[in-house]
Design a binder for this molecule. Structure first.
Ligand code: UD1
Length: 418
């Protein structure tokens, strides 16, 4: 079994380019099937979730091949509209294929994605958006069956700004007659990237980044080349690691505007953070102080995906920091693992209280989920002694080369078979 082993206590120094964003490339990969032609994706990170999406694309009839660092998808001959159970189980966010398959073929079938490690993740908003456009959606024996003789552009008002439901609605709207207006849309930067991608395939779409997105339906006709935006959560991970371990790190291929709540928190904790065009510099002496309450919220609020990561950076801070998780029910599963390393954290419902401790000690810990695993790496670089991180397949869902990246910054980190 492969693990990640870290010997903490080394300052992090150096310049590191940030990989392309997982949460951007997954909906983009689903969107490739909207155009019966070729798409080239640059900066597509090699992640297990990306490989799972490639398997779905191939099952549907696409040709998807890596050509060096580029991923080339030819969706000329999409012939199937079902996603089999074993491919759905690999990745919960494959539900995003629903809107795209429906738009391309007029029907789609897949298993219900169900819960995941973050607790129940309903898809009622996805389904009601598709229904609004005229799709009949039924659940038969745990399978979701969607069908629409013709999708019609409509107003879709989301009751909360769900990222996935916004993306599914955008993709389905591409196959509708007329204009769709999505109200109370999620405003995450990854949705802007999806809009940019759809535009480069020939779609008329506007408003992404705001709460109202308008999509004009119609055949997407253009072959295109798209460069995936930088991953803001991976950037937050390496900034937090440098904050906790101490050092000076410059991240490139990053958009500092996407990270303002994270960098504000690190600044408040005592780091010097300078954002420039395409880069962020962070300097830390490793002696952090507690900060005011961190409350997760939809973008532009503090990202739930960075909650565990920032928490890990503050474990040795002077004072007490309160975290309030407002997005998911089960997002403190990393806490027990951090406590095995000597952290002082108490959790009650949505609130976690972190009281800084003088030192963390390396331990054998287990990833409970993707960002919880990233938090263990952040704690590991600032702990004394050796930390062995198990169940790292969670980390590989979102980090293309976590060991190579942190080693490039001077961390003592390695893969190990045990
Ligand atoms: C996406 C991200 C994930 C991130 C999350 C919140 C991807 C692949 N994943 O997940 O990393 O943590 O945004 O920023 O981009 N909800 C409903 N009904 C629905 C859909 C969502 O009640 O039909 C609720 C969820 O339970 C959750 C909240 O809405 O409480 C936000 O979820 P959502 O924005 O949909 O997250 P995802 O798209 O699943």
């Amino acid at each position: 079994m492969k693990h990640i082993v870290i010997r903490g206590g080394h300052r992090l120094e150096g310049v590191l380019p940030v990989q392309g964003a997982k949460n951007s490339v997954l909906p983009i990969l689903a969107a490739t099937i909207l155009h019966p032609g070729t798409t080239v994706l640059r900066g597509c990170p090699r992640l297990s979730d990306v490989e799972a999406s490639i398997r779905i694309l191939r099952h549907l009839g696409c040709d998807a091949q890596w050509q060096g660092e580029e991923l080339v998808v030819d969706a000329s001959s999409v012939s199937r509209w079902d996603v089999p159970d074993h491919l759905m189980r690999e990745m919960r966010s494959s539900v995003i294929f629903l809107g795209a398959i429906l738009a391309r073929l007029g029907k789609a079938e897949m298993s219900y994605p169900g819960g995941c490690e973050l607790g129940p993740r309903p898809i009622d908003l996805h389904l009601s958006a598709l229904r609004k456009l005229g799709a009949a959606v039924e659940e038969k024996g745990g399978r979701l069956c969607c069908e629409a003789a013709a999708l019609e552009g409509r107003e879709i008002a989301l009751s909360l700004p769900s990222v996935g439901a916004t993306e599914n609605a955008m993709l389905a709207a591409c196959g509708a007659r007329g204009e769709t207006v999505i109200v109370n849309a999620a405003r995450e930067p990854e949705i802007v990237d999806l809009q940019n991608f759809l535009r480069s395939m020939g779609c008329t779409v506007r408003g992404a980044g705001s709460s109202t997105i308008c999509v004009a339906g119609g055949q997407l006709t253009k072959d295109c080349i798209h460069t995936v935006m930088p991953d803001r959560i991976v950037a937050a991970t390496y900034l937090s690691a440098a904050a906790a371990a101490g050092g000076e790190v410059e991240l490139t291929h990053v958009d500092y505007r996407h990270l303002s709540t994270v960098t504000a928190a690190l600044h408040e904790a005592g780091c010097r953070v300078i954002g420039g065009e395409g880069r962020i510099l962070l300097r830390s002496d490793g002696a952090l102080k507690a900060i005011s309450a961190v409350r997760t919220a939809p973008y532009p609020g503090f990202p739930t995906d960075a909650q565990a990561i920032l928490m890990a950076a503050l474990l040795k801070s002077r004072g007490t920091t309160v975290f309030v998780e407002n997005m998911f029910d089960n997002r403190y599963r990393h806490v027990d693992e951090l406590c095995r390393m000597g952290a002082d954290i108490s959790v009650a419902d949505r609130v976690a209280v972190v009281t800084g401790v003088p030192r963390l000690s390396g331990a054998t810990v287990r990833c409970t989920d993707l960002r919880g695993g990233a938090a263990l790496m952040v704690a590991g670089v600032s702990a004394e002694g050796e930390t062995c991180i198990e169940d790292i397949h969670h980390i590989c869902r979102g980090y293309a080369d976590p060991v190579g990246d942190l080693a490039a910054l001077g961390a003592d980190i390695r893969w190990e078979e045990r």
